[in-house]
Each structure stands twice: as C-alpha cells, then as structure tokens.
Design a protein around this ligand. Structure first.
Ligand SMILES: [Zn+2]
Length: 254
C-alpha cells in the first residue's frame, strides 16, 4: 500500500457538517496532537518524523504549502477535507483565531501574565548575546532533526507546552529554539575558520554572532522585522565591523 493509500484509510469522510460549511468534514481517525490536529507518521525508525495530517492532506491534493500555514475554514482541527483547507500566513491564522474566539485575551493573555519579565532590548539575551547558549553542552538532549521539527511545529502554531512535552524540554527552551535564540549544531563551529555559518532561522542572530565573534563569517535569514533589526545590531556589536564582508544578512525588511 502506498503512503497515500494508508493516509486516506485513516480519514473518515463521513465526518460532521460544521455550521457554515456545505460539505462534511473528513475526520482524521489516527493519533492526534493535544490541540486536536491529526498527527501522521511520515518516516519511521531512526529517522522518525511526524507531521500535521491536514497539511499532508493539502499536499496530497496537489498543493504544496511551503512556508505557508494550512488553516481550516471549518475550524475543526482534525479535518482533512482539502475543500475545507486554505493557505494563510501566521498572521492570517492569528486573526482567524481571534475572530473565532480561540485566542487568549485580557488577564489570561501570555503578555499580561509575563509583564514582569524584562523584554525586548532590556532582556539579557539582547544586552549580552554572547551569553546565549547554543547547544554546545554535552548534556544536549536534541538532535539536529529534532530542532528542525520543533521549528516546523512552532511555525504551525503548536503550543510551547505541547512541543516541550513531546521532546522532554521546558517551554522556554522550545521558545528559544523556535526563535533561533539557541541551538547551533556544534559541527558548524568545528569546521574551521573558512566555513560560513548559515543560520536559516536566525532570530536575534546568536548563531551569526557566535560565528563572527570567533572570526568566522555568518549568513543569517530572518523574516520577522523586529528580530532582523536586533540581529543586525547584535552582529555589528560582535565584529565592530572591521571586516564588513564577515557579516551578511538577508531579511524581509533590511
Ligand atoms: Zn472540515
């Protein structure tokens, strides 16, 4: 049986008709993440990899979501009916979530609960980016593949707690990995001075910072303007730019 056949065998096309929809939801009957989204095994064994069922459903219907999020018109997380799915940005998804009343507001909002934490430029990781750990310790629990998966899950909007439980790490660690503040595969710094360190989820630029501080070159990619600007500041502080060619950055809003 092909992957596609096995996938659709786990989908019940006789799901509910949700208010506002004209056709039935196709319910994922396999394992679900705690937020209700279907969880599909993409590869087993040592290279174990799991993904979101509705995202795979869209791919199997011939649309490759790439960096976009796959959202539900029917607001029914396990639904895999391609006709109920659409592509959106994280911002679209958040707006949709607020419209549908799923977002926290008021006192339960995370920003209010954590108002006492120093934020933005006041946060120690921005004032002293060299102190940010990047996963060099021997106690490291994660593999490079885990980090890629964590960033993908976070980009899909999964909760920090949920991802943390799956990988046995705390919420703050998940957050730092997702934002690119931590975790540099150690090999990248051990490959000698000629190597350029690529930081595809650069965040505030701690990997590029570490590379430049070690006399190397770094290439950082970050799409969120506020992180990108902070990365530029951090990296300039690292090299003081005696060699401008040491630092190269790509971003949505340079
Ligand atoms: Zn649906």
């Amino acid at each position: 049986m092909t992957f596609e056949e096995r996938f659709w065998r786990k989908v019940d096309r006789e799901g509910p008709i949700v208010a506002g929809m004209e056709t039935r939801c196709w319910t994922w009957t396999g394992h679900r993440y705690t937020n209700g989204y279907g969880c599909v095994t993409l590869a087993s064994g040592e290279n174990r990899r799991r993904g979101l069922a509705h995202r795979v459903a869209m791919q199997l219907s011939g649309i490759e979501p790439g960096a976009m999020m796959v959202c539900h018109r029917c607001d029914n997380p396990p639904c895999c009916n391609p006709a109920h799915l659409f592509l959106g940005t994280a911002a679209d998804n958040m707006r949709d979530c607020i419209v549908k009343g799923r977002a926290s507001r008021g006192e339960t909002h995370a920003a209010i609960q954590r108002a006492h934490v120093r934020r933005g430029d006041e946060h120690w990781s921005r004032r002293e980016p060299g102190r940010v750990k990047r996963g060099e310790e021997r106690s490291r629990k994660l593999t490079a593949a885990d980090v890629v998966e964590i960033r993908a899950l976070r980009a899909e909007g999964h909760k920090l707690r949920e991802i943390g439980l799956r990988f046995g790490i705390c919420d703050a660690t998940v957050c730092n990995i997702a934002r690119g503040k931590t975790w540099l595969p150690p090999a990248a710094l051990d490959e000698g001075p000629a190597t350029v360190v690529l930081s595809p989820f650069a965040g505030v630029g701690s990997e590029v910072y570490a590379a430049v501080a070690a006399g190397r070159k770094g290439v950082g990619i970050e799409l969120k303007p506020s992180y990108y600007k902070q990365m530029a500041k951090n990296v300039q502080a690292a090299g003081e730019l005696d060699d401008p060619d040491q630092v190269r950055m790509f971003g949505a809003t340079p």
